[in-house]
Design a protein around this ligand. Structure first.
Ligand SMILES: Nc1ncnc2c1ncn2[C@@H]1O[C@H](COP(=O)(O)OP(=O)(O)OP(=O)(O)O)[C@@H](O)[C@H]1O
Ligand SMILES: [Mg+2]
Length: 285
């Protein structure tokens, strides 16, 4: 089943989304994915309050925020793991309802979680095709899978892996991360979300992953990059979005920020510095 577009929006979120001008058709100036008024709570915990976010194609959006700010919950809402109670998502300008990871995959949304979700005992090719194995005459088409995996790694300039038949358990952290990213892009992805991809990595490995993120952008993908490390964010991001206790408190091009203002937004929800407000629609005009 593919993701369903829903011109009505979420029934419960119609008022939040309805306050804005309706968009009838996909438009080239539209961000690939647009979120408006996303609310998500777990029992008494309100994890996201009316979150707005634009993820344009060909750009890296750095999503920043302190522990518990709601970054992973937001990622999982986009990935179809959590269902928001209110709000609307627009994919290429069209209202869309992502009800499951399968819906997200059908749209071209891939997520690389911090724990990577790779199977240690399987090799690189098996991991990249896990759950989507290619078959030919009822048998696994190992050659075709191997060729596709090798071509994807090559297109991303991942050259440090000795053999694509190497079990993932024998890879370094950076190499594992590279395989996870390659797996994400192999499936005609349009949006790749990376949740703390550099958290466990050393300097050289981090550099490799950041280089990979730039390549995804050069391939025209939208990238959402979550990191606590502002050096990494400033190195790859074109835009920055900051969550503070579940609210989007800043959302703009990177040139509107300096490191101190991002830290201010992350730790207090505001900044005395000259930074534009967190309303992407107001700024586009
Ligand atoms: N499945 C869940 N059930 C209940 N509460 C949850 C669940 N997932 C997240 N939360 C709560 O939602 C809030 C946001 O959590 P989230 O994991 O999105 O934070 P984060 O910004 O990713 O933090 P970190 O930087 O530590 O990864 C937290 O208060 C967290 O306790
Ligand atoms: Mg998290």
């Amino acid at each position: 089943m593919s993701a369903t577009t829903d011109p009505q929006g979420y029934a419960a979120g119609a008022s939040a989304a309805g306050a804005r001008a309706p968009i009838d058709a996909a438009s080239e100036t539209e961000p690939l994915l647009k979120l408006r008024g996303i609310d998500k709570h777990f029992g008494a915990v309100q994890a996201l309050y009316h979150v707005d976010l634009d993820l344009p194609a060909g750009q890296v959006t750095g999503l920043c925020g302190d522990n518990g700010a709601g970054k992973s919950v937001l990622t999982k809402c986009i990935a179809g793991i959590h269902q928001p109670e209110h709000g609307q998502m627009y994919w290429q300008g069209r209202p869309v309802h992502i009800r499951s990871p399968r819906d997200a995959a059908a749209l071209g949304i891939e997520t690389v979680y911090q724990d990577l979700a790779l199977a240690d005992n399987l090799d690189i090719v098996q991991n990249m095709f896990l759950g989507r194995e290619r078959t030919r005459h009822w048998f696994l088409d190992e050659d075709a899978m191997e060729r596709a995996a090798a071509a994807t790694l090559k297109s991303l300039h991942v050259t440090t892996v000795r053999s694509i038949r190497q079990p993932v358990a024998t890879l370094s952290g950076g190499q594992r991360q590279a395989v996870a990213v390659a797996k994400a892009v192999m499936w005609n992805s349009k949006l790749v979300m990376l949740d703390e991809p550099t958290a466990a990595l050393g300097v050289a490995q981090t550099k490799m992953v950041l280089e990979l993120v730039r390549r995804l952008k050069d391939h025209g993908l939208a990238v959402m990059f979550i990191s606590h490390n502002l050096n990494d964010v400033f190195e790859v991001a074109d835009r920055i979005a900051v969550l503070y206790l579940g609210r989007m408190v800043a959302h703009d091009r990177i040139s509107a920020f300096d490191r101190q203002s991002v830290v201010d937004f992350m730790t207090t929800g505001g900044s005395s510095r000259e930074v534009l407000a967190a309303d992407p629609d107001a700024r586009r005009n």
